[in-house]
Structures are given as C-alpha cells and as structure tokens.
Design a protein around this ligand. Structure first.
Ligand code: CP
Length: 469
C-alpha cells in the first residue's frame, strides 16, 4: 500500500502510472458505494478557488468532498478576493492554507497551481492553469478509456481541435505517452500542438515524433487533417520506429479514441477574437463517424462543447463525453481521499511508470534570464517580487532551458562560468552558448544570459568566444 497523503497534483507527472492505476481501483470502489463514503473526510475542509469559469471540475470536486463527509469553502471570482487589491498568489496560498486542509485551484496564469503548492503547506490540486495543464481531466479521460478498453498501452488515440491552447490535451498527451499509446494530432488551422509540448514529449518521455506533410491532400480526400504522429516507446528505453509513415495506412488501421476539443476562444490573441471565427475548424459529426476507421472509435470530449461536436452523435454508443464528465465524481472522490490520507493506493508490482522521466539539472541563478511566455506566473507584476525564474537545463547543444512553472522552452545565446572569474573583474568573460569553450562549463557553474546586454550589465566582458566561430 502506498500513502499519497500531503502530495500535490499540479501536473499529471505528479502521479506515477502505478499510482494512477491504484487511484482508478479506488474510484471503482467509490462508484460502487457512492453514498457510503461520508465518514472518510469528516471534519476536513476543501478550499475551492475557481478564477475561471467551470461547471464540471468545480461542481464535481465540491460534490465529491460533500460525498466524503467534508466541507467546502469557495471563491469563484478574482474580483471578490484580495487578489483584486494586488495580493500575491503566494500570500493568498499561505492564508488559505491556514484555513483549509486542501486547495483546488483554477487560474488563468500558467504555473499558478505550482506556486500555490509551493506556499500553501497543504495538498494542492491543479484544476486548470491557463493553457498549461488540467491533470484531473486527464484522470477522468484515462479512467473512461480504461473502462471501455481495459488497457491504454498500444491504443491509437487522435487528439482533435485546439491543440495549441487546450490544457486538457496537454496533460492527456503526457499521460498517453507514459502509458504507451500512439497519438495522432488533428489540429484546427493554426492550432497545432505547441513546440514546447512536442519538445517535452521528445525529451522527457524520449518519444519519437513523425510529421506528415500532406495535410491539404488529406482534407481534400475527405480524411480529417493530421498534423503529426507521435510514436511512443514500445518498451522502456526503446523507441518505436515507423520509417515511412503513410497516412492512408495509419488511418485504415483505425482510431481507438477521437478526443475532440473546442476552440479556446478565451485564449486567442485579442485581434483574433474580434475577427470572424476561425474558418475550417474541424467538426465531428455523423458523416465523419461513418468512416470505417471510426467503426469502433470512442468519441471523447472534455466538454464544454460548442460547434465542433454535433448533438446528432449524442445517442451514438461510441459517444463517451457525458460518461467522462460523470466519472469525474468517483475519480475526484478517490483523489481527495488519497491526498487527505483517508485512503491508500494498492500498487501492483511492475505497474510503475512505463517511461522513466529524465531528471534535468535546474538553473536558479538570478542572471536576468526570464521565461518568454507572457502568461507564465513568473512574469506577472504581483508575482515577480518573490518568484525567481527557474529552469530545467534540457540540453546544452543547443542550450535549451525549460521554465519550471509553465514548461515553455527558451534558447539563451550567451553563457559564462562562475568558476572562472574568481573575483577578478578582468576575467569575467561571457561566450556564445554554442561556442566550443562554453560546452566545457559544468552545469553547476553555468551563468546564462539572454543577451550580451544582460551579460554586460553584470560586468561581464565578451571573450573571443562571444562572437561567431
Ligand atoms: N472539462 C472541464 O474542465 O470542464 P469545466 O470547465 O466545466 O470545469
């Protein structure tokens, strides 16, 4: 038995595959005795902080806590909290952490849940942070797939719609990669999976990405658009390889689940919102589902839907989206009970994560490098006073940093070593990050600059390796 008490769920990677399977077994138990769990969390209080609209996540979390015998305090409008007066997320987290036993938070800033978890001192669950992640939706999605198909490994799952801004697909893709599914991307125009998500897939999960270039051809021939195919490892440390991807063959092989998402209008640039709706957003309807490749396909959607999934398919036995939403109750009951220590998970031997995540060195120096994502919590006026940018060093060639808050990548151009200057001003030199000399600097001695100006502002001078070699 494994005790998950006092853990956070900020990213889907906070739970191992074995823990997720254990949680699902507990969710099965909860589903079978929904009204007999009211002693589990008696006396406990959950703070439900939803600073973006929600129906499913907020109400299922709150109902789950009530069903477990606990109580709920809530805030659903930033304007009605002291955040509106300029209070920081960290201060809010510390205060709420002294009132409640657990926090569930939805916030538009990417990385907000991570900061709440860092400061609250009680378990924190991310109920969606901007376009970043929505791990409990992923638990509902995986639970649905597992209920219908028993196993996730080897399934072929197509992600459809707004892959750029949809946080549900971002968390889901990491989980599917870990469980060994093959993922097909079917984005709306201009809504492709962001590079930082693809980069995380290929670096942290060691997966291989194959891009299909014949997008227009597919649309004309009646196939839904496919942007890329991500092949997951077939066994630990071994990549699946498909040297010549033929889209026709891929489709004929069938799709086990079609995961549809709506256009995230609220996350489009303001100029886009004012224009006509994006043309060519792919729609799933009866006609599309007549295709042979969808004969046994589970049609999934995290909801809410708008126009991308027609109501005519609701009665189709392949449609899973209302089941997905309903499963939110036992899944979230199980999660709350586990993080409050009211239950433990059984983990079967050999059920550990399919892919071992890579542990990268972390860069924490205050050398002026900042995350480039304007929606990252580390760039917000109320938060910069205490948040120090922090990055995983993903690669030295090319130098790639990944923000620990929002997972966006950046490629700073200049570096120096803390070991060289030894206090002597004349030897404080900076170099191009891709120069031969720079590659010799040990990770623990790295000083990283986004620009020469940044290096010079810290009294570093250009070395002969600061120019192009
Ligand atoms: N799927 C989901 O997160 O729905 P809500 O926005 O209604 O919570």
């Amino acid at each position: 038995m494994v005790n998950l008490a006092n853990r956070d769920l900020v990213t889907i990677d906070d739970l191992s595959n074995g823990e997720i399977e254990g949680l699902f077994s507990l969710a099965d138990e909860m589903a079978n005795s929904m009204n007999a769990q009211s002693a589990l969390c008696q006396g406990k209080i959950m703070a439900s902080l939803f600073f973006e609209p929600s129906t499913r996540t907020r109400l299922s979390f709150e109902a789950a806590m009530h069903r477990l015998g606990g109580r709920v305090i809530s805030a659903v409008d930033i304007g009605a909290t002291s955040l509106a007066k300029g209070e920081s997320i960290a201060d809010m987290a510390k205060v709420v952490g002294s009132y409640a036993d657990m926090i569930v938070i939805r916030h538009p800033w990417e990385g907000a849940a991570r900061v709440v978890a860092d400061y609250a001192g009680i378990p924190v669950i991310n109920a969606g942070d901007g376009s970043h992640e929505h791990p409990t939706q992923t638990l509902c999605d995986l639970y649905t797939i597992r209920k219908e198909r028993q196993i996730i490994k080897g399934l072929r799952i197509a992600l459809w719609g707004d892959l750029k801004h949809g946080r549900t697909v971002h968390s889901l893709i990491y989980a599917l990669a870990r469980f060994g599914a093959t993922i097909l991307f079917c984005p709306g125009p201009g809504l492709e999976m962001p590079e930082h998500v693809l980069s995380r897939l290929s670096t942290e999960y060691r997966g291989e990405l194959k891009r299909c270039r014949d997008l227009n051809h597919n649309v004309e021939s009646g196939y839904f658009p496919i942007d890329a195919i991500y092949m997951t490892p077939v066994s630990p440390h071994q990549l699946a390889m498909l040297p010549d991807i033929s889209l026709g063959v891929e489709l004929k092989a069938g799709v086990d689940a079609l995961y549809v998402t709506r256009l995230q209008k609220e996350r489009q640039a303001p100029t886009v919102e004012e224009k006509e709706p994006i043309k060519g957003y792919p729609v799933v309807d009866k006609k599309l589902l007549k295709g042979k490749e969808f004969k046994k396909t589970l049609v999934m959607h995290p909801l809410p839907r708008v126009d991308e999934l027609t109501h005519e398919v609701d009665a189709d036995p392949r449609s899973m989206y209302f089941k997905q939403a309903a499963y939110g109750m036992p899944v979230r009951m199980a999660l709350i009970a586990l993080l409050l220590g009211a239950k433990e998970v059984k983990i079967t031997k050999g059920q550990d994560s399919f892919v071992q995540k890579v542990d990268y060195p972390v860069y924490k120096r205050d050398s002026g490098v900042k995350c480039l994502n304007a929606k990252c919590i580390s760039n917000q006026e109320t938060e910069v006073k205490y948040i120090k940018p922090e990055f995983k060093i993903i690669s030295r060639e090319p130098l790639t940093l990944r923000c620990v808050y929002c997972d966006h990548d950046l490629h700073p151009k200049y570096i120096a070593s803390s070991d060289w200057h030894e206090g002597k001003l004349e030897s404080k030199k900076y170099h191009r990050a891709d120069s031969r000399w720079a590659r010799k600097i040990k990770p623990e001695n790295l000083i990283i600059f986004a620009s020469e100006k940044q290096a010079q502002a810290r009294q570093f001078k250009p070395s002969t390796y600061a120019k192009n070699e």
